[in-house]
Design a protein around this ligand. Structure first.
Ligand code: DGJ
Length: 696
């Protein structure tokens, strides 16, 4: 097993990288190394000892602890904060023992106990060798009789090699403008990236990358994420003694957990990796991991779908949807998804949420007729739901006003005319499981889009069994429970995660959902940048992208298709208004996409020229065997005359000969990668080119 153990020192070795830590003479678990594998176990550095300890600074400034509690003279940002029943707020952890297990992946568990109180902490380290990834989480157990209040329990602290000259990359944004990449210098102090909205949100993503001088293709990058679909927090701290550390976990803002005997608190997994090959390699490692280890249907080729939302909004019925379906099928669409508007009394966004049965006026005979029609046209059928929500104008709310998150003495602030069901409550979970199971059991539904369209307010839970602030965590567990139960009952259904676009895109939800609706912004030139940001940590086969009518007057249809073809191609325009020529172009590009989609969905992605930084951009996908590739080039708007840059390909076999569509002369992989090629485009033009290996 690639975990080297000794009584007080541990090395986790993966394919190319290693991670080491050990107990120092004070018994503190000190981080020792995270980087390339070293030839011998004795090569890894020893734990850090408190060599000097000025009276004004605690030793933890010098000892990069793996999991520091708030205690003693530690002034760094802790990962664990506890209040014991007698009011003591100081957690002193002493190492007890460790165990290793080989399966499902090699895992090391280290057990600690508080020196006085009956609190037990287990740190878990699981390695994913072929991905060079370490998964870390913690379990807290109360071995006594009285509740212990946990006020912060992060999943991991990651320590960089000593130094204070790092940069932090992270993603930020807002609704219809998600996934902007920001890279900024880390300076002494604390930088916080977090969500307080009960979903990861559009504002920030639970992802980070730290580097010293890396580029897309070169340089050391330490990167990580949290498999959690709720409030998260990332803190990046540079101490006054030049140590750089990143903590990641469930956000402790407004959080508290009453830890009861016999009911462990298990944190979500933090996943971290190291590469010396730049940001592109870091992304590809996560892409492979998500596809191979997380997604329920990671090996399934995704179908081209049509979604009705932008065409018909709430105005759905058998006639309007059948018309759209017929045109979509004629263009080669394989899955027809009916979006919002199909259920009881849902004519606008002010009523109906919660009443998950077909509206009697729009669908007098249920959904069966439409589904039959869609199936006859050769397509699968998909449906939109927003289970966590309720409109005050709904039968559900009239029957159970107490089921929503609220404070009894405060106004229940509505957003999009809706309130949030308290998913932590068992009766809410059971209602949703039974109601949604009925729809899935009675109808031939192959796809569900699970939406979530507002952030939380007045986070009250009057009759909470524990601390009401457990809501932040128990809510997410509730979502996971409902979703996974429905998944188990309907294992073949493909699920999409949507939260007004990309508000819930994370490694936690991708254990349940196969794909993400990345943004409500479907204007293609904006979408290019959004998609590039998304690709920092999530793969193309999770990135649903529709071609719509947004920007139709300006942006050519081919361009709009090419942008969507970089992920999971879908169509969302009002096909009734597309003329014959447009439908024809659409049909041809759908046919082309079906040819190249295995490379896009399962291949390696290379961001050749950034669309977030340039008006001219390129992205390439290469199959794992390096036999096939696809190159996309886009020009948004650059004043002419302009000397367009050469596009240097990536990921090819340097010694093999490749052809690139549109270029007469086949060349070696090395030549395409070193000297590149020029794709002349005018403003708002784009091109897709197939790459093919001709010889070994
Ligand atoms: C928000 C989603 O992001 C849209 O795609 C659409 O499903 C609407 N909700 C429907 O209300």
């Amino acid at each position: 097993m690639p975990i080297h153990t000794s009584p007080n020192y541990w090395v986790l070795e993966m394919r190319h990288t290693a991670y080491a830590f050990g107990l120092n003479k004070m018994g503190l678990l000190s981080h020792c190394y995270w980087g390339k594998c070293l030839p011998f176990v004795q090569d890894y550095p020893a734990p850090v000892e408190p060599v000097h300890w000025p009276s004004t600074d605690g030793y933890d400034h010098f000892i990069p602890e793996e999991y520091p509690g708030y205690a003693g003279v530690k002034y760094i940002d802790p990962v664990l904060k506890v209040t014991y029943p007698d009011g003591v707020r100081d957690v002193v952890l002493e190492f007890q023992d460790f165990t290793t297990t080989a399966s499902p992946q090699p895992t090391l568990d280290l057990r600690f106990k508080d020196s006085f109180y009956p609190l037990q902490l287990t740190l878990h380290y699981r390695i994913h060798e072929e991905y060079d990834l370490i998964e870390r989480w913690a379990t807290l157990e109360n071995l006594g009789n009285d509740p212990v209040l946990i006020e912060r329990a992060f999943s991991a602290k990651w320590t960089m090699p000593h130094g204070d000259d790092y940069s932090l990359s992270h993603l930020y944004g807002r609704h219809i403008d998600e996934f902007h990449l920001k890279r900024e210098a880390l300076t002494p102090g604390l930088k916080v990236i977090e969500s307080r909205r009960i979903i990861p949100s559009h504002r920030a993503s639970p992802w980070f990358a730290v580097d010293r001088n890396a580029s897309e293709d070169h340089g050391e990058v330490w990167f990580g994420t949290l498999a959690w679909s709720g409030n998260f927090k990332i803190t990046a701290e540079v101490t006054e003694f030049a140590s750089t550390r990143i903590s990641i976990g469930i956000n402790d803002w407004d959080f508290a957990w009453r830890l009861l005997p016999g009911e462990p608190l298990v944190t979500p997994s933090a996943i971290g990796g190291y590469t010396s090959d730049g940001f592109g390699a870091a992304s590809r490692i996560f892409h492979d991991y998500v596809r191979d280890r997380l997604l329920p249907h990671g090996k399934v080729l995704h179908k081209v779908l049509y979604n009705s939302w932008e065409a018909t909004l709430f105005d759905v019925n058998e006639v309007s949807q059948s018309k759209l379906a017929a045109i979509a099928a004629g263009m080669g669409v394989e899955l027809f998804v009916m979006d919002d508007g199909w259920f009881h009394n849902r004519n606008l966004d002010n009523a109906g949420l919660g009443d998950w049965f077909p509206d009697k006026v729009k669908f007098p005979n249920g959904l069966g007729g439409l589904i039959k029609r869609v199936n006859e046209l050769g397509m699968d059928f998909g449906l939109w739901i927003e289970p966590e929500m309720v409109n005050p104008d709904s039968d559900l709310y009239r029957a159970h006003p107490d089921w929503v998150i609220h404070f009894p003495t405060r106004k229940r602030t509505e957003s999009r005319n809706q309130l949030i069901l308290n998913m932590a409550r068992a009766e809410v979970q059971n209602y949703l499981i039974e109601t949604l199971d009925k729809i899935l059991s009675e109808n031939n539904i192959a796809f569900i889009k699970w939406d979530m369209n507002r952030g939380i307010s007045e986070p009250g839970w009057a009759d909470a069994p524990g601390d009401p602030r457990e809501l932040w965590v128990r809510y997410v567990y509730g979502v996971y429970h409902v979703w996974s139960t429905l998944r188990q009952r309907h294992p073949d259904v493909i699920w999409q995660s949507c939260a007004s676009g990309g508000g819930r895109a994370d490694f936690g939800i991708l254990k349940l959902a196969d794909q993400v609706w990345v943004s409500d912004n479907t204007e293609a030139t904006a979408r290019l940048s959004i998609q590039e940001g998304y690709s920092q940590f999530l793969p193309a086969n999770t990135m649903e992208a529709w071609v719509t009518d947004w920007g139709r007057e300006l942006v050519p249809l081919e361009f709009r298709f090419h942008v969507s073809m970089c992920g999971l191609l879908g169509v969302g325009g009002n096909l009734l208004e597309w003329n014959q020529a447009e439908r024809q172009v659409g049909a041809e590009l759908i046919r082309l996409y079906k040819e190249i989609r295995p490379v896009i969905q399962f291949g390696d992605q290379y961001r050749l020229i950034s669309s977030q930084k340039n008006g001219y951009s390129a992205v390439q996908y290469v199959s794992k065997d390096k036999n096939e590739g696809v190159l996309f080039a886009f020009r948004v708007h650059i004043p002419d005359p302009f000397n367009l840059p050469m596009i240097r390909l990536r990921g090819l076999d340097p010694n093999a000969i490749y052809s690139v569509e549109g270029f007469e002369q086949p060349r070696s992989g090395l030549a395409w990668m070193e000297t590149g090629l020029k794709v002349e485009l005018k403003n708002l033009q784009s091109k897709v080119m197939k790459i093919h290996r001709l010889s070994a």
